[in-house]
Design a protein around this ligand. Sequence first.
Ligand SMILES: Nc1ncnc2c1ncn2[C@@H]1O[C@H](COP(=O)(O)OP(=O)(O)OP(=O)(O)O)[C@@H](O)[C@H]1O
Length: 630
Amino acid sequence: MKQKIGIGNILESAFPPRSTGNISDSSSSLPGGGLSPTTLLETFVPGYGAIHKFLLFSFGFDVTVLVSLGVVLWLSGRIFRSVWTVIYATVASNYMAEITVSSTDEIHAHLIAFLAHQYKINSSRRLMAETPSKSAWELDNEDTETPETTVDAEGNIKWLNFSNQEAKSQPRFTPAIGSHNFWHKGTYFQLRRKEVAMFDELGGGAAAFKDKELLTLSCFGRSTEPIKKLIQHAKAHYHLGHNAKTVIKRPAPKDMRRFGGRGSWVKIAERPCRPMKTVVLDEERKMDVLADINEYLNPATARWYANRGIPYRRGYLFYGPPGTGKTSLTFALAGVFGLDIHVVSLLEPTLTEEELGMLFTNLPARCIVLLEDIDTAGLIREPISDKVEVKKGDEEGEGKRRGEDWNVVDLTKALKKANQLSEEEKKKGISLSGLLNIIDGVASHEGRVLVMTTNHPEKLDEALIRPGRVDHQVAFGNATQLQVNELFERMYTNDLPRTKLIISHPSSSSPTITGTTNEKDVFTPPLTPVKSTANGIAYGTASGSAKGAVVVANGKVEKMKDEELGAEELREIAGRFAEQVPDDMFSPAEIQGFLLKRKKDPRRAVMEVGSWVEGMKEVKRRGGKVVTVQ
Ligand SMILES: Nc1ncnc2c1ncn2[C@@H]1O[C@H](COP(=O)(O)OP(=O)(O)OP(=O)(O)O)[C@@H](O)[C@H]1O
């Protein structure tokens, strides 16, 4: 028989089996004649026999024992995992409740913010780091040192520098994509965060995949109640820090608004509430609007409207010259009533009537809708001409004029022209009838406060401002001397102590996620509406200061002396300032602009206002737009 020459045989001759000692080869076959693990491994793993023998004879170590143990453990692991998957799937489908939240809904943002806060204190090993985008307000509310402009020995200003601002900002940590577990208020939750690609038709035949995120929260039990409570808690947590702010929303980009729902509106900004007292307006007018909206928003009023079959809607028209406080009052109202502002520009070229209608139906139950400058919106449309323009000398055209039949070329041209016109039409915006329908058509949203502003009320169509569409009109005008006085006092009044508008979260060393939001540690509520007093308006502490400021006056850099103005003195110089400004000549925005340039120097403002008034009078007389005095 021909002998096989293999590495096994060579090793066998090199390392003959030991006859003594306690080392025994785990024989190739078992006593009963069955297959031993070594034989099996030799059969399936090429070269195993040689390695086995080498280790056995060199070190007296039977590697088969180790390999067998490994295989057994691996198999047990697989079996356990399969069994666990089946058990888990059974438990999950029968004894676990879950709620899924999509990133297209704002609850997603609330949950992520809540989890980010919780994960700051949790020792999770899988986190996602994000650089949160912060507004100037939020940065101001952080515990950062307020930098001060200073002047060096040679009189050079040391300019503020924010170059490494991003690097300094604290990252936000949220649970990474995948599964996480956590405890909250004694309940065990599972969180699955995953990204899904969404096929999105962009219109015009184009399409793209977009990432959408899904958050699935689950807990043991057959009720989703604990998850609902958690979501409610996350929402409350989110709003704790935002109650003192006004959220401004605008229509989402075209491709997002197609899906409708709350995703049709996107938050574009969040600002500290504007205190009502900072809007300089006749007190009676201000109180009228406040009382009217307060009455309208009362839940009992909705019932009252319903019982009488009156649509539950209220519209306001704020009209007056530019810079007289129309937008400012809207923001202040939003702060007082804690409403979000939904701003719509009728000039938005991509906005069609249908979409505007859809946007209105997706408004929250109570909110302010701000339609600015309604007179400038393309409300008046030229009717589409059904005639085809004919060039002089165009033979086919001439033929048509002579009443001859249309040919294919004519028809194509006509269709093209009609299409072009309708495209232009679309760009023109919303038609008046479309807008009227949206404001109070049968399908129009109820519960919202609609504020329309205009600089030219005379240009508005009567139908637009008839009762039912506009229920309350407020006239804004240039500043009276009393209002100028008020603006001056407001400008130089001491700042209120810096209030934290962002919630400061208590730290905790707890390794589990627990509800740690301290409800006391919340926010300063927006300042309440003012009351008319017989003596007019007197807000805040009437004393001014200009500490450590740097001013550039007459081309010279000066470090201002710390200056405190007593209440009496401030009132006195405010009076002197107001005396020099003629009644109803300048808008509050113009006065504010003048004062802002001298914001640390009230006396200089009093000194320079006379020449500013003269210069501005001249500019206005000439009808110029570029100011020569500032
Ligand atoms: N009545 C006012 N009280 C306090 N500040 C005012 C007043 N009017 C204008 N301002 C200031 O002037 C600036 C512009 O005001 P705002 O945008 O409210 O004017 P507007 O009437 O809406 O102007 P436009 O018609 O051009 O939109 C703001 O910074 C605001 O603080």
